[in-house]
Structure formats: C-alpha cells, structure tokens
Design a protein around this ligand. Structure first.
Ligand SMILES: [Fe+2]
Length: 212
C-alpha cells in the first residue's frame, strides 16, 4: 500500500518586493514552516493513536483535541502557500484588460474597481485572518471572503484565487498595526496576476464539486 510522506516546506524567491521587506518575508517563511511541522506532527500523533486500529476511550479526549487542531494547522499551511505563491517581484499593479481573473471579477462584480473595493474592504475588516477571493467551480463566479484565523469562513470546494494574509505578522515589521491599509496597497503592488489566472477554474472543467 502506498503511504503518504510528510508535508515538505516549500521555498519562495520573493526578496525585493515593493513595500514588503525581506525581513518580514524571512520571519513569515519561518511561521509558515511552523504550520507545516505542526500539520505533520498532528498527523503523526493521530496515526499513533490509530495504530492498533481503534480509539480507546481514554484516548478520545487527546484524539479529539488533535483532530480539532487539524483545521487550524492545515489551513495555516495551505493558505500561506497560496499567499507566497501569488506574490512576485516586478508585478503589474493590476491584471491586464481581458485577462481571465479580471474578466471573472467583472462578470461577478460589474467592474474591476468594484471587485477591488470589495476585496480591500474585506482585507481591512477588524480581526485576525485572511481576505480570499474564491471561485465557485460549478458557476465560475468569484466572491471575496473574510477568514477568521485560518479556518473559519473558507468555503468547502471553492478554489482560492487571490489570497491575502492580514494577520499583523504579515506587516508589523513594515507598518504600524493601524496602517493595515498601507500594507494592502503594498500587497497589490506585488500580485502575480498570471499565477492567479492559472488558478482559475477552466470553462467546462471537470473540477466541479457539485451540479451547477
Ligand atoms: Fe501569515
């Protein structure tokens, strides 16, 4: 039987971004590495409990706590991979007219500016979490969502297109906590719009998760 290996921490070449310092990125990569390690550790501990093929009554509290933490650690790992994966050096401030992601935003929000206003508005919401533009694979509609911590508010089966970390650790070395808007401007100066286009659900895609 094939067994899956532990998750591996990915690396990203992002030094030299506009308005997001290398120091911030270094610290952020370490935090991300922590989520990968914690995800692996949880899986190991759960596997150890399951090793004898049963969950003993005295194991239930530990098993339950470990399992509850999966949502936090898995999403902490995966969302950081999306976040770093949608940044690049020398990015354009907005996607080209006619680009797939831009067209999807225009179809769902009427125009690009309205989509952007909504996404930035989500990013400025008070609290610790993420702003994510998701695509519904069955309708291809895009919508912007607030995620509390890493796991509350993600829509099951939807595809994350643009992922913005708005935890304070994402910008605290560069901006004051009250200046999140400046960080959001910096984020938009570094988005890899081509990478976002590659995440789009293809028309007629078999990646639909439910009947349209
Ligand atoms: Fe983060």
């Amino acid at each position: 039987m094939e067994t899956h290996e532990a998750y591996k921490t990915r690396t990203y070449d992002l030094s030299g971004l506009k308005g997001i310092s290398d120091k911030t990125l270094e610290m952020h990569f370490k935090l991300y590495d922590g989520y990968v390690k914690q995800t692996n550790l949880l899986n190991e501990k759960i596997a150890a409990i399951l090793k004898d093929g049963k969950i003993d009554q005295e194991e239930t509290p530990a098993y339950s706590e470990l399992t509850r933490r999966l949502g936090f650690e898995y999403n902490g790992m995966v969302l950081h991979e999306h976040y770093f994966g949608n940044l690049k050096k020398g990015a354009d401030p907005e996607p080209a007219k006619g680009a797939g992601f831009r067209q999807a935003c225009e179809a769902s929000f009427g125009d690009w500016k309205t989509w952007r206003t909504d996404f930035v508005g989500v990013g400025k919401m008070r609290g610790v979490g993420w702003a994510i533009c998701y695509q519904d694979p069955s309708t291809r509609r895009v919508s912007n969502h607030w995620i509390t911590l890493h796991e509350v508010g993600n829509v099951s089966g939807f595809v994350p297109l643009l992922v913005m970390d708005v935890w304070e650790h994402a910008f605290l070395l560069d901006y004051a906590p009250a200046d999140r808007a400046k960080y959001i401007d910096a984020f938009f100066a570094n988005v890899d719009w081509e990478a976002i286009d590659r995440r789009l659900v293809a028309a007629g895609s078999s990646r639909t998760t439910r009947a349209a």
